[in-house]
Design a protein around this ligand. Structure first.
Ligand SMILES: NC(=O)c1ccc[n+]([C@@H]2O[C@H](COP(=O)([O-])OP(=O)(O)OC[C@H]3O[C@@H](n4cnc5c(N)ncnc54)[C@H](OP(=O)(O)O)[C@@H]3O)[C@@H](O)[C@H]2O)c1
Length: 325
């Protein structure tokens, strides 16, 4: 298999390289593509490669790790190459011909691809890994979620910003922005807006969870209420979730479902937190309890590495399932 990584120098691209090194895929040729980093060196399995200007001819698979505008700009060339494009951006997630896939939930959708398979939003992946375990017990009708999203969710520059603000604070005791990645200082702060604010008061990031969950879980009328918050955490997104089911469930049933779900680790006596989940492919869930307002509500806290399972790992799992077709 001849494979290319578009956006190899970024947070997701670099993680894809590490995930490909960790896994056994039948790679016969690999190319790394970028823009500002063209000419820089990348090491893959002890061999050195140069980041190149994108050219897709001859490739079988392209893993996309660029923004949606950039992904859209390359799609004509990608289609012309005939390669399968597994894209991490939001560019094609809602195209009718593009499967949106979390393999542990809807790997059977992969077969319907027309050259593009989309990776869902990182908070959506991490949340649904736990929600789907409950949905298998009893149909989920609604989700209420509050996210605590790491700075690296805004790309490599988001992490650089937190690091720069931290260093500056240690040197001169001041908290101030060092770049325009976030609209406010992120050190010692929580920013309750990710994405553009719409006229209904919800942000673009918040609406992704509903639209994507409906497509992935095949529940057209699923209701999702979401608040997205950027927090000064390096990596791994956390989400406080309440799920409403058609019928009332017992906690013991949910505990068993969480414990037996592939890719999910249930922490009964410990806490799912970024420092637990970081650099792991599994998603961690805990703080399980009943909703105190509605009898059919289940509340829990879920945490996952959004650069791994929320992006690179999920994309490579999609590829692994595609190769088995
Ligand atoms: N970060 C996360 O946690 C996360 C999670 C899920 C999904 N995603 C999605 O994954 C995608 C990548 O995110 P990221 O966080 O990795 O971003 P990032 O760290 O900012 O990296 C962006 C990448 O895009 C490349 N790029 C920019 N302009 C380009 C062009 N004209 N042609 C080719 N490559 C170009 C950059 O290459 P140069 O350095 O060479 O310019 C860089 O490698 C985005 O769509 C994002 O929404 C991110």
């Amino acid at each position: 298999m001849k494979i290319g990584i578009l956006g190899a120098s970024g947070a997701v691209g670099r993680q894809m390289i590490q995930c490909l090194e960790e896994r056994e895929l039948p790679i016969t040729e690999i190319r790394f593509f970028g823009f500002g980093s063209v000419g820089q060196e990348i090491t893959f399995k002890d061999r050195r490669y140069k980041i190149e200007k994108p050219f897709f001819t001859g490739l079988d698979v392209i893993l996309g790790a660029v923004s949606s505008d950039i992904a859209k700009g390359y799609i004509t060339d990608i289609k012309a190459s005939g390669a399968l494009f597994i894209d991490n951006s939001s560019a094609f997630r809602h195209d009718a011909e593009v499967p949106l896939v979390i393999p542990q939930i809807n790997k059977e959708d992969i077969v319907n691809h027309h050259g593009i398979i989309a990776n869902p939003n990182c908070s959506t992946i991490i949340t649904l890994m736990a929600v789907q375990a409950i949905n298998k017990l009893n149909p989920v009708t609604a989700i209420n979620a509050v996210t605590y999203q790491a700075v690296s969710g805004a790309g490599a520059k988001g992490l650089e910003e937190l690091n720069a603000e931290t260093v500056a604070f240690c040197q001169d005791g001041k908290v101030e922005r060092k770049s325009d990645v976030f609209n406010y200082p992120i050190l010692f702060n929580c920013i309750p807006q990710i994405g553009d604010l719409g006229s209904d008061g919800y942000t673009s990031e918040e609406l992704k969870m509903e639209k994507e969950a409906r497509k992935i879980m095949h529940i057209a009328d699923l209701k999702v209420n979401c608040t997205c918050v950027r927090v000064p955490v390096a990596r791994s997104h956390s989400i406080a979730v309440t799920v409403y089911t058609k019928d009332r469930l017992e906690l013991t049933q949910v505990e068993a479902a969480f414990s037996n779900s592939e890719g999910l680790i249930y922490l009964k006596n410990d806490l799912p937190m970024p420092l637990v989940a970081s650099n792991r492919d599994e998603v961690f869930v805990g703080r399980l309890r009943k909703d105190r307002i509605f009898a059919n509500g289940i509340t829990f806290f879920v945490c996952g590495d959004q650069i791994r399972k929320g992006a690179a790992t999920n994309a490579i799992e999609i590829l692994e399932h595609f190769l088995k077709l």
